[in-house]
Design a protein around this ligand. Structure first.
Ligand code: HEM
Length: 295
């Protein structure tokens, strides 16, 4: 990772557009604590994801303030995530051609998904859609295709996590360190990156599944019903954990950037973030687990 992203106050010394991006990621991060935090609280603590049916969304979007809230969340989370992904492109793609191509795809994803989400939020007409006469009404295979792709993604994620745990334990047991030499800041950073990219991936899937609400009421409800399926429950809980960890560690990163405080006590501040992540994720895990699997 480039040094300018972790040294106190160094954002001010970054030249040109890079500096704007550096500040955008931080300002949007602060706003997302309220927007993404509020959204996750409503959908994963006060309700569970499979409750977010057509009537639930139609009820919320009857209020223009909620449409505005959701649109601000869409715009900030999407660009924060996409510009955050740009750091991985810079770090892992040394070839200028590959980098330019990847950044082109990245910008295209940002604009296409922003357009899709914006059209979904602002053109939704509950009265018209309630009659289930949308252009894709009855095409339930689309919900199945999305649901089964999520199953496949969940299986790949679970296998990858199990392999990672085995690899980490084996490394510690044989007295070596996994991947890094073991500074708490390095582990905090790689977890932050993995969580950010994971949330971004989910956001893109979520923009697609929410867009179904304007295309067919039955199709949308069928796709939301997948969230009550057992194979997806651990992934939903991991998503909450990822958002909580990323938000808390983001606050820690900004404290380092602007005050230098957490930098001096990096081990302690990382431990605080981990403990708070577990404590704040447990209530949601219990709510999702008990309402979806023990109704
Ligand atoms: C909830 C509030 C959030 C806060 C406080 C926050 C904070 C931050 C901060 C401070 C950084 C810069 C880290 C650094 O320069 O080392 C960052 C990076 C990033 N964020 Fe967020 N973020 C939030 C939500 C999100 C969301 C919703 C997404 C996904 C859509 C996301 C995806 C990313 C990505 C991919 C990176 C780049 C990580 C890297 O490779 O260094 N973040 N975030």
């Amino acid at each position: 990772m480039a040094d300018h992203r972790s040294v106190r106050g160094a954002g001010i010394t970054i030249p040109g557009a890079e500096r704007l991006i550096w500040y955008f990621i931080r300002i949007s991060g602060v706003l997302l604590i309220l927007l993404a935090g509020g959204h996750v609280f409503i959908t994963h603590y006060l309700n569970v994801p499979s409750d977010t049916t057509f009537s639930f969304v139609a009820g919320r979007w009857a209020n223009p303030y909620w449409r505005t809230f959701d649109w601000l969340l869409l715009m900030l989370a999407l660009w924060h995530g996409v510009l955050g992904l740009r750091y991985s492109i810079q770090d892992y793609l040394p070839s200028p051609t590959a980098r330019t191509a990847a950044q082109g795809i990245m910008w295209a994803i940002g604009f296409v998904f922003l357009a899709l989400g914006t059209v979904t939020i602002f053109t939704f007409d509950a009265a018209m859609m309630a009659a289930n006469e949308g252009p894709l009404s009855g095409q339930l295979w689309i919900a199945d295709a999305i649901g089964f792709s999520l199953y496949a993604f969940a299986v790949v994620t679970y296998v990858a996590i199990i392999l990672l745990v085995i690899f980490t334990l084996r490394s510690f047991l044989t007295g070596s360190f996994p991947v890094y030499l073991g500074g708490p800041g390095q582990y905090a950073w790689i977890l932050h990156r993995a969580a950010g990219i994971g949330i971004l991936f989910f956001l893109l899937v979520h923009i697609i599944d929410i867009s179904l609400i304007g295309l067919g009421k039955d199709l949308y409800d069928a796709s939301v019903a997948f969230y009550a399926q057992a194979p997806l429950i651990p992934m939903e809980i991991m998503l909450v954990g990822a958002v909580v960890y990323h938000a808390l560690n983001g606050i820690r990163v900004m404290m380092i950037d602007f005050t230098g405080q957490a930098y001096r006590r990096e081990k302690v501040s990382f431990a605080v973030v981990l403990v708070l992540t577990v404590l704040l994720t447990i209530p949601s895990a219990w709510i999702i687990f008990s309402s979806e699997l023990m109704p």
